[in-house]
Design a protein around this ligand. Sequence first.
Ligand code: ZN
Length: 219
Amino acid sequence: MKCVVILSGGQDSATCLALATRKYGADEVAAITFRYGQRHAVEVKYARRLAKRFGVKTHQVVDFGFYRHLTTNALMDESIKIERKAGAKCPTTVVEGRNAFFLLAAAVWAKSLGAKELHLGVSEADFSGYPDCRAAFVKAQEKAIRLALDYPIKVVAPFMRKDKAYEWKLAEKLGILDVIANETVTCYNGIPGEGCGECPSCRLRREGYENYRRNLRRA
Ligand code: ZN
């Protein structure tokens, strides 16, 4: 096995999975999805479908049920409003430390599979301000994981410095525009495809799509 892709079922991770399978072949790619009490749990169903769609047979859904004992936020508790409070660095949807847990867990599994790469669809160019989506964190976590496991694993984040318009363009190039548009869940309310159109995640996705279309017209 060459790599493990952290697959949430959203646009970024689905595009990441498509890229990895194109590079290594589906048999050399494994995917891992985490259930942590997110209210858009429907994304787990979409993650399963996406793995199948891209021919990835080694897919594992891991239960992080402990998360609700540690913290809460608008993604895990429907009674919390999705918003960005005045002066706050990120919206109420931040799941503290999520990518730190995900990367470590995925790395433990990757080592057991003999895979030397972890692929993650985060971006610091076009994101909600989550600290664990930043390049500095990802680099530091990679180093920590290598030390923790004594294993030379590399974290690959192909979209770290790219925006959503780039991802849409890439989807077109890979011939998966329809899959990304209709078979992923990015919406915080768990509505697939275009989503609710209102939450910050839907807005980011739509703005990216509109920029991609605008660039096409200009080209
Ligand atoms: Zn939405």
